[in-house]
Design a protein around this ligand. Structure first.
Ligand SMILES: Nc1ncnc2c1ncn2[C@@H]1O[C@H](COP(=O)(O)OP(=O)(O)O)[C@@H](O)[C@H]1O
Ligand SMILES: [Mg+2]
Ligand SMILES: [Zn+2]
Length: 256
């Protein structure tokens, strides 16, 4: 039983508060509930230790050599949180080189949505996920493929980190399609990061000479297939992040 002192003064313990003004007019979960739920959600989101420090508020765009695209990406991230509507299902695709802060921003978004909205989130490393699925085919492993995939299908908001980081194969393509199509069909929000340029697969660019094709860097189209790349464009708003690797730049400095 709760003592008088523990009862939330804002909702008298009901867990709900009235919001009289538009645009959020109606009954909303009280902040005390969000705080309690926030802790549980954070644990359930499985954010890896190395990204635990990542917040939108400690993302800096004020350093020498900072690329303008990074400031714009920060604005997009903040706006995404502000305008988030779970019914809409539209996510973000953060595209850019290593260390430009893609995962940092994506984790920052997750944390804001958990704290402010009580959304259920899940961090998912693409390589790790595919490894786990492959493992589930092994008879000695207890988890079935569906047990691995269900939370990925059902998370209210999924962060799929490092999309494309596994060498493509028929199986990889099928698995990516299964994940993205399931979430697309259920209209669920997916936030994605990738180091591969959001450009077509080699086969699509027929005019390219063989030599040029061999020299060119692999694209997202090469890694997940052209069909899934175009599906991503329906699911996500594309945000580019260019510029230096933050870690290289500030190795000995006090940032991050
Ligand atoms: N603009 C930034 N402000 C603060 N920390 C940053 C920034 N960009 C990157 N970092 C930090 O640098 C490291 C690499 O960033 P990360 O988001 O993992 O890059 P990416 O996912 O693009 O490869 C992380 O520890 C991150 O917190
Ligand atoms: Mg990353
Ligand atoms: Zn309350």
């Amino acid at each position: 039983m709760k003592t008088e002192a523990e009862v939330c003064p804002n909702c008298s313990g009901s867990g709900w508060k009235l919001v009289p003004q538009a645009p959020e007019r109606g009954v909303m979960r009280c902040d005390c509930q969000l705080r309690a739920r926030g802790g549980t959600l954070l644990t359930a989101a499985c954010i890896p230790k190395r990204y635990e420090h990542c917040e939108l508020s400690n993302f800096t765009t004020d350093f020498p050599g900072a690329d303008r695209s990074v400031s714009l990406a920060q604005i997009s991230a903040a706006r995404f949180v502000q305008e988030f509507d779970p019914r809409d299902g539209r996510g973000l695709l953060l595209v850019g080189g290593i260390g430009t802060g893609k995962t940092h921003l994506a984790v920052g978004i997750l944390k804001e949505l958990m704290a402010a909205r009580g959304s259920g989130c899940m961090f998912c490393d693409y390589r790790e996920l595919l490894k786990q699925i492959q493992n589930s085919y092994n008879d000695s492993v207890k988890a079935t493929e569906l047990q691995v995939l269900r939370p990925v299908f059902e998370a209210e908001i999924l962060l799929l980190d490092e999309l494309g980081a596994v060498k493509p194969s028929e199986w990889v393509w099928d698995t990516v399609s299964l994940i993205l199509n399931t979430r697309y069909n259920d209209n669920r929000t997916t936030i994605i990061t990738t180091n591969f340029a959001d450009e077509p697969a080699a086969g699509v660019m027929r005019s390219m000479s063989t030599a040029r094709a061999a020299a060119r860097e692999e694209t997202l189209g090469d890694r997940i297939g052209e069909r899934m790349r175009s599906r991503l464009h329906e699911m996500c708003r594309i945000v580019r992040m260019d510029g230096p690797d933050f870690r290289q730049k500030f190795k000995s400095a006090s940032f991050g």
